[in-house]
Every structure is written in structure tokens, then in C-alpha cells.
Ligand binder design. Sequence first.
Ligand SMILES: [Zn+2]
Length: 121
Amino acid sequence: MSLHTCDSIVISCIDFRFQKYIRTWLDENLKGQTFDYVGFAGGVKDLPIILNQIGISVKLHNIHEVILMNHEECGAYGVESTPERHAKDLKKAKEEILELYPKLIVQLYYLHLDGTFEEIK
Ligand SMILES: [Zn+2]
């Protein structure tokens, strides 16, 4: 098997309304970099699936960075789709990722319907 590595993994929701914004953001912010890109309904909502996917990217592609994107008005969250809940889930995901893979850099974003990327610290 050939050895191939990439820089990062990007995980976002499947929601089609955000894909054009995400593509533009990736073009601008990850220019010249390589990354795995996956979409799950709800972004980080189903954390075990996210952790499993990150584990695969670590193992197969030796990634050093994780970029997580949740978004406003997410159907997978329904009435629970508040900025506070997304920030909480994103931070929780970061915590658990760093417990498993302390060397990874984890960036968190909350996407607004107008295409704005809000970084969650
Ligand atoms: Zn969504």
C-alpha cells in the first residue's frame, strides 16, 4: 500500500445551503493544503461517528489538524439549534479529540446563514 498523507480533516454538516460558503472558505484558508472532507448531518452532533472518522484520517493520512464546522438553523438539531448549543457541542468535540490525539490542532467554526464564519474559541 502506498503511503499518502494530508494536512487536515474538515468536518461539516451535509446542508447544501452552506456548501458554496465552505468551498470558498476552504479555497481561501487552506490554499495549497490537502485535506479529507466529510459531511455528517448535524456536523459534530453525533460525536462517536466524528471521533471514529478522525481516527481513520489520523491512521491513514497522518493529519495534524481538525477543522469542525457547525451551522445556524441546522435541521439535525431542530429546535435545539441555538448558537449556545453549537458552541457547547463544538467545544466538547474538541475536548474529546484532544484527549485521544493531544498533538492535533483543532479549529471550531459556527457558520451563519449569510456565509459568515464565526470562530469558536
Ligand atoms: Zn445542518
